[in-house]
Design a binder for this molecule. Sequence first.
Ligand code: SF4
Length: 308
Amino acid sequence: MYVYGPVPSRRLGRSLGVSPIPPKTCSYACVYCQLGRTTRLQTTRESFYPKNDILTEIVKQVQHEKPDFITFVGDGEPTLCKDLGWLIRQTKNRLHIPTAVITNGSLLFSEDVRQDLNEADVVIPTLDAGNEKTFRAINRPHRNITFETMLKGLIDFRNEYSGQIWIEVMLVKELNDITEELQSIMHAIDMISPNRVYILTPIRPPAESWVRPLEPERILKAQEIIGKAIPVAGLESGQFGLGEFSDARQAILEIGSRHPLRREQADDIENNFSEIGVIIQMLENKELICVKYKGEEYLLPEHFRMGI
Ligand code: SF4
């Protein structure tokens, strides 16, 4: 399945997620990634799946529930999909629903990627560092990508694109939260001139067990330094769209692969299908693993490769 949701999103309302790439295919291997460790680290764009099949699934899913946004996000980096521009254009022409792309921004140095993203209403790139050393430490990019090429790509895109750019900065304790690091991030942000800046800190189990989130007071401090940044605090709430699933097990595995589920969210899905006991069964069969993070219990599909 290429499409999931709509899921409640902290910035996009009810967002229908589209993943046009295979699981954990990315140009980065971020230490905080909530999808586990990157298994395919690449920068080459591909048509991973038939584009018409992806489009058919999007159109079908919108018939169940109209989302606020159709978001190309992927189980990794969505701009690695060669058909992204076509998919965005077709989606907009047929459904007239705003589209967003959540990207790490690393491939924007390439003109064809910038052209593809030009089609979207909102582009949400990541910027977690203001220099090469921290960029390598936190995002662990493919060797073809340097901090400079990534930043230049974002600046070029800003100069060509008239839609909304919302930068996301993920802050990890003792990695990019000291004053000098925050100042260098702010300097890079100034060069890009995005419409919004969001500050985040890991709230779901990270790929590497040593990753720690910032305390609320440190987030406020970072907000002071980064200026106009908006902290995205807390966990999202609301129901997941379950229209396309035939049972609770399928829904928990499919949604959980893209959007790690808190225990109570998985319980809601179980109740929705009136299949009480299915979560316990999945834990016993080792289809799911239970991970604790920041006082919350998460249920993750067993294929997640976590450093925990
Ligand atoms: S957080 Fe995003 S960019 Fe980083 S490894 Fe995970 S999927 Fe890739």
